[in-house]
Every structure is written in C-alpha cells, then in structure tokens.
Design a protein around this ligand. Structure first.
Ligand code: FPP
Length: 255
C-alpha cells in the first residue's frame, strides 16, 4: 500500500506479544515462537524503513519478563538475540538502519553485550532509520532513574535548588533512557491485550494506539499497513478540541 510521506508516522513502537501462544497453538515449544517472532521483527523493520518511518522501537524483553520467566527461556532469548544481531547486520547496513537499545542490559552475558556493542558501533553512522530494542526495559524504572539523575544534579549544584520550577517536560525528558527518542506517534500491540504493560509510559502520553488480535509471528506487512490506514484516518488532537468549521485547535478537553 502507498502512503504519502506526511501520512507516515515518524516513530512507531511495537509491543510484540503472542509469540508463546503462536507456538503453543501449533503444538511447539514456546521457544519456537520467539524464533518465529524474530523473523517477524526483521520483516516489520524493513517494511518500516521502506515506508519512510524514522524510528521503530520494539519491546523485546520487559523487566517483568526478565525477572519472572524461567531461566531457560531467558537464556534462549539471550542466544537468539546474539544470533539475530549477527545475522541481521547486513540487513541493517543495506537499509541504512542504526541499531540502539534502551533498558538495563548490565546483567546480560558478556558475549551478548559485546555483540550488541559491535552492532551499535557498526551501524552508528546509519541515518535512514533507528531500530531501537527495549531489553530488560520497564518504563516506571526509567522514570525513577530520570528522577534520581535530576535530584543528583540538584545535589551536585548543577541545577539551582531555587529554580526547580524551571524543570519543564522537555528538561525532564532529557534524563530518560534515550533523550534523542521522539515520542511515538503510534503504538501497536499484537495478541489482543489492551494494556501498555509498562512500555514507554511517559513517551506515549499522546500516541495513537492500535491493538490487533494477530499474534506477533503472524503480524505481517499488510497488518502494519492496516494500522497505518487507521492512523491516517484519525485526528490527532493532543487534548485540543477541533473547530468543526476551520479544523483548527480551539481549546482543550484534556484527553
Ligand atoms: C512476550 O510475549 C514477548 C517476549 C517476552 C519476547 C518477544 C521477543 C521476540 C519477538 C523476538 C526476540 C527478538 C530478538 C531480537 C531476541 P510472549 O511471547 O511471552 O507471548 P505469550 O503472551 O503468547 O506467552
């Protein structure tokens, strides 16, 4: 499907849910669902790039998943991440995509960290699109980290304690995990759950939401196009009321 450049969201964030269910439905081990999810991740990343999306963020592992899933599953995901990064380097380079991450990866195995680091360095000059993997990521923790960093600046005299009212939304956002991140225009969640699950809570305050019953491994380019058609047909009001005559914003209803 064709979209004009101004119709395409600059930043799409994806909650890739339903991999386990996809595998169980077929009588496979859950782990097989993650392998198939990685195939979908590649397909959707290249489609975003073709569409002209500037940033695509993927919730690959939540803090809750990381802490609560069986170790066997987590170590499988670690192996998969490493294999994925090595395998997709050509795709990232051919498509001029820069890879980056958010989340606390400090406890990841050393070889996975090294592969991540190498891939980030290799792709660091690419400026066609950012592919951002959220790994051991939780939004509340990200916000707490930002508050702590701000408080430390006050303590260290870098922010004047008598001028804290000058801490605006923009000032605060600079302390979040990726200060370069534009707020997502569209958040897509697969597998039919109606929640944000601690994903980009600050950044998605005004994002459009699209929830589909498709399981992530089944989520294909036509499903993304379907989400974009719905997105294009929505009025993004950012809390304002649109004047029906002029179509211009004329106040706020707060939602
Ligand atoms: C949650 O749904 C999803 C995850 C824990 C991981 C998602 C990861 C991938 C799709 C592939 C990973 C890619 C890389 C780069 C490693 P679930 O799968 O637990 O779904 P369920 O709700 O059906 O059990």
């Amino acid at each position: 499907m064709k979209f004009s450049p101004e119709q395409v969201p600059e930043h799409i964030a994806f909650i890739m849910d339903g991999n386990g269910r996809w595998a169980m439905n077929r009588g496979f081990l859950r782990l097989r669902g993650y392998e198939e999810g990685a195939v979908s991740l590649r397909r959707i990343t290249t489609h975003c790039r073709e569409l002209g999306v500037r940033e695509a963020t993927f919730f690959a592992l939540s803090t809750e998943n990381y802490l609560r899933r069986p170790r066997r599953e987590i170590s499988f995901l670690m192996r998969l991440l490493k294999t994925y990064l090595v395998k997709e380097r050509d795709m990232l380079m051919d498509n001029n995509i820069r890879l980056t991450t958010i989340g606390d990866i400090s406890s990841f195995p050393a070889d996975v960290l090294e592969t991540l680091h190498e891939t980030e360095i290799l792709t660091s000059e690419n400026d066609g699109m950012v592919m951002r993997l959220a790994l051991n990521y939780g939004s509340r923790q990200e916000i707490i980290n930002a508050v702590r960093a701000l408080c430390a600046e006050v303590r260290d005299g870098k922010i004047d304690p008598d001028r804290v009212e000058e801490i605006s939304e923009d000032v605060f956002a600079a302390y979040l995990a990726d200060p370069q991140m534009k707020d997502p225009d569209l958040v897509i969640r697969t597998a039919g759950e109606y929640r944000l699950s601690n994903f980009l809570l600050w950044q998605s305050s005004y994002s459009e939401l699209w929830i589909t019953d498709e399981l992530w491994p089944d989520f294909d380019v036509e499903h993304l196009d379907e989400a974009l058609v719905a997105y294009v047909n929505r009025d993004r009001k950012y809390g304002a009321v649109l004047d029906p005559a002029s179509g211009e914003a004329s106040g706020s209803n707060g939602i």
